[in-house]
Design a protein around this ligand. Structure first.
Ligand code: 26Q
Length: 802
């Protein structure tokens, strides 16, 4: 993918004229953006085609990553970077009097996910392509992305996210590759003499139309595909859907993304979505496989299917359905191929997030799938009879008390189950999935999450990236582990200064954005302390807030107190139905108002809650962060990935020993991270013995008492209702997430942060150590481990890297 500045400028002007009949000076930002996308797309389309052809020619084993969420964010800059076009296009646009930064702002985020799980899927897509691996995404093309968040009087309001209004310029609709998905109705099995034939009666036929997006690898002439499915009415069935409501029923299928994060809701439409994209994906994979007349009893040698959390767990049953009903394979052979083909990642140990669907609901969505799951379950129990006791079988079987347990289906129907950080996998093995670990120890493995260093450093933080180049060269851009060479430069004062300078520049930019977005003025010389993630009780934004209130009250007592100025920055959406999380949002906003408008506080303390947190906002906040808050109750956060993004950008982490924080601590060393709070063993001990009494902490710690009272005695204005809710959740409901238990040690570690910030050179040294170790969390390496240890796929042999 080569281009010169001259050719780019020529091509850009030509397309602008063809597409819009405009000159550069007359074009609106959106027109410039769409023109640029079309130039970029034409730059990789041939390679996209060739990549696919080479898979077929080399008969390469491919992985299909099934995920109900993908969260790619904007694609323009990331594609330019990966194509090796970034600098040329940047300069070419400047030559025409245009700005890449500005044009890029016209791109609407592709926000087809809630948070960590969807963003991980997109980091993996980028890494698969950049590793030159044959890997495809399979998901849903929601018409509305994750809701847009606004604050009105401090409350979260959700607005629809109509991301497709101007069309999506990256995707290609492939109507010719549509498949029919059958849902509802009844099914009968009839012995036709040769095999059992599944006869469907009264089922809805839904046309699944794929929209393919090219996923460009980093400078390796390799472009993979992310395939997202849209639900439509088949032409042949139009008479069956005469009314607007009938049509809506079909279109609704892929209309909205469920906005619940780490929380399971048993809605039938959600179950239909799960079956829809699972079935469409499996049908298109098997249809393609058959095109080349290869024997079906070897299919697991040619394809791997990955189940990202349990949402696509019906892959197991749908794959069986195709092998049994369409290909007439016998059960044992079909089952063998299915287990060998499937693998599953678990993303949570929280009970409320584990999917269980009522049998009747599944019967309504797809009766044949229910039958197959029932048969898998029956055979599972039968197989274990005499080998395991009755209780074990009942605990682990798929269907129990009229509910289908999706995690059990995924584990029993696959050859690999992995957790997403060491601690998380350990908890799965020894606690949550202990029985299955006993049964199938060889199936369990850990794959600690990773992030794409390209988007999160090269694109988001060009100044730091250049600083790193000057110190260690550019090889890290191809292999992020090479960032560890920075460790040889901890004594380089010039470099430390430059790292400090890049941070300050990024903070100035963020300060300008904050001013524009919220009207709040913040000093770029204050500590920028950041907590960005979904709002959830276990993530403990509340602990952060209690500490802020403490700092405020201290300053009210003694306005001349010598404090290190701090700006606390929040970004977080709450699920619309998550009442408690919304109460916390309201309280953060009211505390922010109180503090920011208090003249006696001045610049010592500011609180900023930015609206509508998402991938693009993260790209603005993360490069400017001095401190990252990773303060979930130990055992609750499976991994976390913002912890990795923040350290990569030279933020120091305030952390509990939870999720991947533990591995971060092991890499950077205790001197370069701020650890506090209960350990996993302490939390498990409390949970087992029920001897935690939150009220004792209120009674015995005057600081806690004073801070909590501020929520109910009018000190913090406008939270009459929410203040009491929070107060009660801690004192009456006994503080499920040990906020009060961890408060004192949190305060202590925050004092250490302020103290450390005084010594700028040493602070920058700590930042450097964090950056140097962040390469160990590169998604490229994580995905390589999946490829070798789970999927058994290899990089495309015909390509050259570099
Ligand atoms: C399920 C059923 C019905 C409706 C919604 C859902 C649902 C939706 C989203 C359940 C879970 C999610 C998202 C979970 C998630 O994002 N988990 C996070 O995954 C990250 C990547 O592994 C981890 O880093 C985080 O620790 C984990 O919380």
């Amino acid at each position: 993918m080569k281009i010169t500045q001259e050719r780019f400028v020529h091509e850009f002007k030509k397309r602008l004229a063809e597409k819009f009949a405009l000159d550069v000076k007359d074009a609106a930002p959106i027109e410039l953006y769409q023109t640029l996308v079309s130039v970029v797309k034409s730059g990789y389309s041939e390679i996209w085609r060739n990549t696919w052809k080479s898979y077929v020619k080399n008969d390469q084993k491919q992985v299909y990553y099934f995920s109900i969420e993908f969260l790619p964010g904007r694609l323009l800059k990331s594609n330019l970077l990966n194509m090796g076009w970034y600098d040329v296009v940047d300069k070419g646009l400047k030559q025409m009097g245009l700005s890449l930064d500005k044009i890029s702002e016209s791109e609407v985020d592709m926000a087809l996910g809630n948070g960590g799980l969807g963003r991980l899927a997109s980091c993996f897509m980028d890494a698969l392509a950049s590793d030159g691996l044959p890997g495809n995404g399979n998901g849903i093309r929601y018409k509305y992305g994750l809701f847009k968040q606004k604050f009105v009087d401090g409350y979260q309001i959700e607005l629809p996210n109509e991301w497709l209004t101007d069309g999506n310029n990256w995707a290609v609709a492939r109507k010719s590759k549509a498949v029919d998905v059958l849902m509802g109705g009844q099914v009968h099995l009839i012995d036709n003499g040769k095999y059992l034939e599944a006869i469907y009666e009264g089922a809805d036929v839904i046309k699944a139309v794929p929209y393919d997006t090219g996923i460009v690898g980093y400078r390796n002439d390799h472009v993979n595909t992310m395939r997202l499915w849209d639900a439509q009415i088949p032409a042949s069935e139009e008479v069956k859907y005469p009314t607007i409501e009938d049509r809506r029923r079909v279109e609704d299928l892929t209309s909205v993304l469920y906005p619940d994060d780490s929380n399971y809701e048993g809605r039938i439409l959600r179950l239909k979505q799960e079956y829809f994209f699972t079935s469409a994906g499996i049908q298109s994979i098997t249809r393609h496989y058959k095109k080349y007349d290869r024997p079906l009893n070897e299919i697991s040698e040619h394809i791997a299917i990955h189940i990202n959390d349990t949402h696509p767990a019906m892959c197991v049953a749908e794959f069986m359905r195709i092998l049994l009903d369409k290909e007439h394979m016998d059960w044992d052979e079909a089952w063998q191929q299915t287990v060998k083909t499937m693998s599953y990642t678990n993303h949570t140990i929280m009970a409320e997030a584990l999917e269980k669907w009522p049998v009747e609901m599944l019967a309504k969505v797809q009766p044949r799938i229910l039958q197959i799951i029932q048969e898998i379950d029956r055979r599972y129990a039968l197989e274990l009879e005499g080998k395991k006791d009755h209780d074990f079988i009942e605990r682990t079987r798929i269907i129990k008390d009229g509910m289908v347990k999706m995690a059990h289906l995924a584990i029993i129907g696959s050859h690999s189950t992995n957790g997403v950080a060491k601690l998380h996998t350990e908890l799965l093995e020894n606690d949550v999935l202990r029985d299955f670990y006993e049964l199938y120890p060889e199936r369990f493995n850990n794959k600690t999450n990773g992030i794409t260093v390209r988007r999160w450093l090269q694109v988001a933080n060009p100044e730091l990236a250049k600083t790193i180049d000057q110190a260690i060269g550019t090889a890290w851009r191809f292999d992020a582990k090479k960032l560890h060479e920075l460790k040889n430069h901890v004594g380089d004062k010039k470099l430390l200064e430059k790292i400090g300078k890049a941070k300050l520049d990024n903070k100035k930019k963020l300060a300008a954005f904050i001013k524009e977005d919220t009207g709040i003025e913040v000093s770029p010389h204050a500590i920028f302390d950041v907590q960005i993630k979904r709002l959830h009780a276990y993530k403990r934004q509340l602990l952060n807030l209690l500490h802020i209130v403490k700092l405020y009250l201290d300053l009210k007592d003694d306005p001349n107190r010598d404090v290190e100025p701090r700006v606390f920055i929040f970004g977080a959406k709450a699920a619309p139905s998550y009442h408690y999380a919304k109460a916390i949002i309201k309280c953060i906003n009211e505390v922010a108002n109180m503090i920011n408008n208090d003249k006696t506080i001045n610049d010592k303390l500011k609180v900023v809650f930015l609206e509508n947190y998402g991938v693009s906002l993260a790209e603005k906040i993360i490069p400017a962060a001095d401190v990252g808050e990773q303060i979930s109750t130990a055992t609750k956060e499976a991994s976390g990935t913002s912890n990795m993004k923040l350290m990569l950008n030279g933020a120091l982490t305030v952390a509990t020993l939870d999720g991947a924080n533990i591995e971060i601590k092991d890499y950077v060393g205790e001197d370069n991270i701020f650890i506090f709070g209960l350990t996993k063993d302490e939390v498990l001990e409390y949970e087992k013995n029920h001897h935690y009494r939150a009220a004792e902490y209120y009674d015995n710690d005057p600081v806690i008492k004073r801070v909590l009272d501020a929520f109910v005695d009018g000190t913090i204005p406008n939270i009459e209702v929410e203040g009491h809710e929070i107060y009660d959740s801690l004192l009456r409901v006994n503080d499920e997430y040990f906020v009060l238990r961890d408060f004192a040690s949190y305060v202590q570690v925050q004092e250490a942060v302020s103290e450390a910030y005084k010594d700028k050179q040493n602070w920058n040294k700590m930042c450097l150590v964090n950056i140097a170790n962040a390469g160990y969390f590169s998604a490229d390496d994580t995905v390589e481990k999946y490829a070798k240890e789970i999927w058994n796929i290899k990089p495309n042999a015909t390509e050259m890297k570099g």
